[in-house]
Design a protein around this ligand. Structure first.
Ligand code: HEM
Length: 488
């Protein structure tokens, strides 16, 4: 009895000491730590975490400290600090925790690697984004946008999000795997086709389950023989076989000129003669597919919802688009070059990137040595979460930050945004995503006017990325006078 009491008291004392340490070793402001778990509570309502962080910054300042058990996490929306953290690559390395799940399947990938491994992969993949490749992929985007436009049913409320989802997969499937998925024309193929079913099983069940376990500190269960993981292992096996076939086909069909997709790019020898193995190619194709599959399409769904709610903004874009069409011959299609002629749409895109940067918590770093920036001490081993969402709503940078006002960019065109990160590790798909978003909106605004469906308002939540809850964005489309059945 006495022994049990001693053990109990010892535990209580340890918990009190840990809690006091958590609170008194704090160097930065932040909410008080709860016994043992620290600020774990902050992370429990993940769908609303963007709002929680915004409120914490209002209360405690732009740079706050949270503790989850013994791990210190600095969450900052201070642009000066964010910039330094993004750019000082030796002092702040990529925190591999966030994308560890990708490494689990295939070994190192461009996203979850650091140092020499990352440099090797980056050098190999970067030329894919040269001018000529972006131009060619702009043609693919326009074709996909025209197909999507034909699927839009007018005069009734439709959920636009799954359509963009399919279009996003068609584009990234072609870029990352060199494959024509053609989901816009056949959305049912997602579950009816063997290899697509495997890809979606891995993404929507396997990866989602692993990330949830990791978040709850139960990563050890990744090796547990859950039925879902067995199915996922078979799916990965099939996907690997299918990608190997794609690699062999690409090898046997040499292209003239620039590569249009990642597999061609990776088949080229690098300057130092390094040849990618099949597994290295599969790892990076899959990582790029994962990074690009949901981001641009999610922004597009939100974009249309915002236009539907702001008819005056929609009208101004339509006017700008019509003026361009007016000077072109019948049957003309926009191309990459035409994107330099649309200043108002550019402002609207910037405003969308500011308020809805979707990959809001994709940028996490680990501190490699003690360093002080802008009055804040970073200690070796600290994790730093760069809070893009709150940075873009900082009232000291943006007047009336919550207001959707594209004209703000006329008077302050150069305020930097962190939508895609900054510096060497900046988003690899920035150019592709930007042309995809601009060209899709350009074509849709030529042919349709969108109105909101007030009975089903869009709700945003966080699930890895900021996205419309349940993938639902209900809008009513009306054909404009330019709509033709074949579409221009
Ligand atoms: C609007 C759409 C997108 C947004 C907002 C976005 C945002 C981001 C952000 C914030 C990062 C982290 C940067 C950092 O921590 O320094 C990132 C990384 C990355 N993104 Fe994107 N992304 C988008 C679309 C895409 C697309 C379409 C692709 C593929 C073609 C892509 C591929 C990547 C890759 C490979 C990385 C890792 C780069 C590295 O670690 O070197 N992203 N993205």
């Amino acid at each position: 009895m006495f022994d049990l009491l001693s053990v109990f008291l010892a535990i209580i004392i340890i918990v009190i000491i840990i809690t006091i340490r958590q609170n008194y070793t704090r160097e930065l402001p932040g909410p008080a730590c709860r016994p043992l778990i620290g600020n774990l509570g902050v992370f429990l309502d993940i769908p609303k975490i963007h709002e929680t962080f915004l409120n914490l910054h209002k209360q405690y300042g732009n740079t706050i400290e949270l503790k989850v058990f013994n791990q210190k996490i600095i969450v900052t929306s201070d642009f000066q600090i964010m910039k330094e953290v993004f750019l000082k690559r030796d002092d702040f390395i990529m925190s591999t925790d966030l994308f560890k799940v990708l490494t689990y399947f295939s070994g190192p990938t461009i996203i979850a690697s650091e140092g020499e491994e990352w440099k090797k992969r980056h050098a190999k993949i970067l030329p894919l984004l040269n001018h000529s490749m972006i131009k060619k992929n702009a043609i693919l985007v326009v074709e996909t946008a025209l197909k999507l436009a034909q699927k839009i049913e007018v005069g009734k409320s439709i959920n636009i999000a799954p359509l963009f989802h399919c279009a996003g997969f068609d584009i990234i499937g072609s870029v990352a795997f060199g494959m024509e998925l053609n989901l816009v024309d056949n959305p049912d193929k997602k579950l009816g086709n063997d290899y697509l079913r495997d890809i979606f099983y891995i993404i929507e069940t396997g990866i989602a389950l692993r990330m949830s376990l990791q978040f709850m500190g139960l990563e050890k269960l990744w090796k547990f023989p859950f039925n879902a993981f067995n199915k996922e292992a078979r799916a990965w096996d099939n996907l690997t076989k299918m990608l190997k076939i794609a690699i062999r086909e690409h090898e046997n069909t040499p292209i003239v000129g620039d590569s249009t997709n990642l597999i061609y790019q990776m088949l080229k020898k690098t300057e130092n003669g390094h040849n990618y193995s099949d597994n290295e190619m599969i790892a990076d194709s899959f990582a790029i597919f994962m990074a690009g599959q949901d981001t641009s399409s999610t922004i597009l769904s939100i974009f249309l919802d915002i236009l539907a709610k702001n008819p005056h903004i929609q009208k101004r874009i339509q006017q700008e688009v019509d003026d361009i069409y007016a000077s072109k011959p019948t049957g003309w299609r926009p191309s990459f070059e035409d994107l330099s002629e649309i200043p108002y749409l550019d402002n609207v895109v910037k405003e969308i990137f500011r308020l809805y940067p979707v990959a809001i918590y994709a940028s996490m770093r680990e501190v490699t040595r003690d360093i002080r920036i802008n009055g804040v001490n970073f200690r070796k081993g600290d994790k730093v979460l760069l809070d893009i969402y709150s940075n873009h709503r900082d009232p000291t940078i943006f007047e009336n930050p919550g207001e959707f006002n594209p004209d703000r960019w006329n008077s302050h065109p150069n305020i930097p945004l962190t939508t895609f990160g900054l510096g060497a590790r900046m988003c690899f798909g920035k150019k592709l995503a930007t042309i995809e978003i601009k060209l899709m909106i350009f074509i849709l605004m030529r042919h349709f006017t969108f109105e909101p469906d007030p009975s089903k308002p869009m709700r945003l939540e966080v699930l890895f990325v900021l996205h419309p809850a349940n993938n639902q964005v209900w809008l009513k489309a009306k054909r404009r006078e330019h709509y033709s059945f074949q579409l221009e």
